[in-house]
Write a protein that binds this ligand. Structure first.
Ligand SMILES: [Cu+2]
Length: 192
């Protein structure tokens, strides 16, 4: 894990994406819907990785952790994969709500991260729905090695960092049906 946030972008072919994420791109859920085919998922890949910024002065299991977010953006769908390491193994079995937020990641200032990215709000759909298909939810459960991971597929093209999203925030509780997950513990900056 690098010591500072990094971001890489590249355009890759559908065939390469298929090799990277075969289960997701050809998932039965999409095929059954007559939804996006593999060709519609080729697009930009971004990787943001680095140490998490601490948002709260109190000690918690995310202190000293690092994360890596891989995002594959397509025309009508986005795949996001989050890997977190360096969590306190004593928290094994605990789950934490994690979301892509619109604002920046500022150490000690959880509010700076702003609200969740919500595609309905972005597209002025009324009323905006709050769900795992209108927002990017990546809740993790800590394993005995202090790691957690999550993958989600959402049916929209997620904007790039600095163009509508700015951070990945780890909350103290699992995400509930209303998108709430309690206090903000730590965040990964998404670098434009
Ligand atoms: Cu959040």
């Amino acid at each position: 894990m690098p010591s500072s946030p990094v971001r890489r972008s590249m355009i890759i072919a559908a065939a390469t994406l298929g090799a990277l994420l075969p289960g997701l791109i050809l998932s039965p859920a999409y095929a059954d819907d007559g939804g996006p085919a593999a060709g519609l998922l080729d697009g930009t890949i971004t990787v943001d990785a680095g140490p998490l910024s601490d948002l709260r002065p109190e000690a918690d299991p995310t202190d000293g952790a690092a994360a890596r977010l891989l995002v594959v953006r397509g025309v009508v769908a986005t795949v996001a994969k989050l890997e977190v390491s360096g969590l306190d193994p004593a928290a094994a079995g605990h789950s934490y709500g994690v979301h892509v937020h619109t604002g920046p990641c500022v150490a000690g200032d959880g509010e700076a991260a702003g609200p969740h990215y919500n595609h309905d709000k972005t597209t002025s759909r009324e009323p905006a729905r709050i769900s795992a298909t209108t927002e990017v939810w990546l809740d993790i459960t800590v394993d005995r090695h202090g790691r957690g991971h999550a993958t989600t597929v959402v049916p929209f093209a997620l904007p790039t960092a600095g163009d509508g999203i700015g951070s990945v925030v780890v909350h103290e509780h699992p995400t509930d049906h209303a998108g709430m997950a309690g206090g903000r513990l730590a965040c990964l900056p998404l670098v434009p």
